[in-house]
Design a protein around this ligand. Structure first.
Ligand SMILES: NC(=O)c1ccc[n+]([C@@H]2O[C@H](COP(=O)([O-])OP(=O)(O)OC[C@H]3O[C@@H](n4cnc5c(N)ncnc54)[C@H](O)[C@@H]3O)[C@@H](O)[C@H]2O)c1
Length: 376
């Protein structure tokens, strides 16, 4: 068998020639015609290229902007400034701007304590500034929008960003579920608009989804994938726009089912949290759903799907319990009001446990990373 592979330094295209009829890749064996271009191998090479490009990036930390300094914008700004970017942070709310340095300072000091930051936190903070003027974004090579989840507001903000930055600057939206293609509509340069979906806390998690809208130039998505290495992420490229991307589609399917079980009296909120923590909670950081099925025997899943899938919730409505909890003003631990009862001290304790756990699970995931010496 002879396989010739070629790729260019800045392109994912891989040419593979196979002179044998049999090619074995990992667990898979396929019969191949002589000289046939092997799509499976190309996919593998692409994956390899993607890994190379985000583990050994040559990208430099360009000036960056963050718009919207709520929960997520704060941890995104923290991640970027810790990674060496000069960061301009914008919010329409003066109190959010005033408190940003104090909030980011707490997070970078925590990063330093947990050895996720080698630099001096005070030096890092010098590269963070705030403004209410979008013109302050003019030198940015990348801007991340993270205002609340509303299509028209996000579109307005994206237009303001476009008016301020150069035509080459990348613009990422941290939308949870709005189609990127919708955000691109009416843009001056839609090819540089993409979804950059972070998880909270953004300065700790390795999670990042980079989503191409219908008009995104894939080279721009690849550039964000490379930048993600500076941000200590293990990013995923979502090649075609799909509402909710990967993890939110899967997580909301789970949450819908959780409400179904509560609302129909099968289990309580506490019961469901306990079961999910002790089942999915113990394997999902290591394996993901497909590896987990490989590890635990595929045929059983096939059999269960046949019987169980027709029984799962397919409700199109926001669950009644969710509507009631939202209407009550509950915001979760941030106002000590949620699916559970908290005193303010308990809510703070949970927030700290969540952050500490995020650091520890990151370290555990790195310990079990497939690539030896993985740093991100
Ligand atoms: N909370 C999460 O865990 C999470 C996870 C992933 C993605 N997201 C997405 O991130 C985005 C932000 O979520 P969040 O939870 O940080 O929201 P948030 O409500 O905490 O913060 C939004 C911030 O945007 C500011 N803002 C609103 N309109 C603005 C404008 N026109 N110009 C400048 N600033 C403006 C607000 O003043 C506020 O500070 C949303 O799209 C959300 O869906 C959230």
């Amino acid at each position: 068998m002879s396989i010739r592979r070629s790729w260019s330094a800045d392109s994912y295209s891989a040419a593979v020639e196979c002179n044998s009829r049999l090619f074995v890749s990992g667990h898979a064996a396929q019969n191949l015609a002589t000289g046939e271009v092997v799509h499976g191998i190309i996919a593998e090479e692409k994956e390899l290229m993607a890994r190379r490009s985000f583990t050994r990036t040559t990208e430099q930390p360009v000036p960056a902007g963050v718009v919207g300094l709520g929960l997520m914008g704060t941890s995104i700004a923290t991640c970027l400034v810790a990674a060496g970017h000069r960061v301009v942070a914008i919010d329409k709310d003066a109190s959010r701007r005033r408190s940003l340095k104090r909030r980011v300072s707490l997070l970078v000091r925590d990063m330093r304590r947990k050895k996720l930051l080698a630099k001096d936190p005070a030096g890092v903070l010098k590269h963070l500034s705030t403004s209410d003027d979008f013109g302050a974004l003019r030198d940015c090579g990348i801007v991340i929008e993270s205002i609340f989840e509303n299509l028209n507001e996000k579109r307005n903000v994206l237009r303001k960003i476009e008016d301020a930055v150069s035509a080459e600057a990348l613009i990422g939206s941290n939308t949870s579920a709005l189609p990127v293609t919708e955000l691109q509509r009416g843009a001056q340069h839609p090819e540089r608009i993409l979804g950059v979906h972070w998880g909270e806390p953004a300065h700790v998690l390795r999670f990042l989804e980079v989503i191409c809208g219908a008009e995104t130039d894939q080279r721009n998505a690849e550039k964000v994938m490379r930048l993600a290495s500076l941000w200590k992420k293990e990013p995923t490229l979502v090649r075609r726009d799909v509402r909710g991307f990967i993890t939110n589609r899967i997580m909301y399917a789970m949450i819908r089912e959780a409400f179904y079980l509560v609302e129909n009296g099968y289990a309580t909120v506490e019961d469901i949290d306990r079961s999910v923590r002790n089942d999915m909670g113990y394997w999902i950081t290591l394996a993901g759903p497909f590896r987990y099925m490989d590890l635990t025997g595929i045929p059983a899943y096939g059999a269960v799907m046949r019987d169980l899938l027709p029984d799962l919730s397919r409700s199109q409505e926001t669950p009644k319990l969710m509507q009631e909890v939202v209407a009550s003003g509950a915001r979760g631990t941030s106002n000590a009001k949620g699916f559970y009862q908290y005193t303010p001290a308990e809510a703070k304790r949970w927030e700290k446990r969540f952050l500490d756990f995020s650091y520890e699970i990151r370290a555990l995931a790195l310990k079990y990373a497939e690539r030896p010496n993985a740093e991100v």
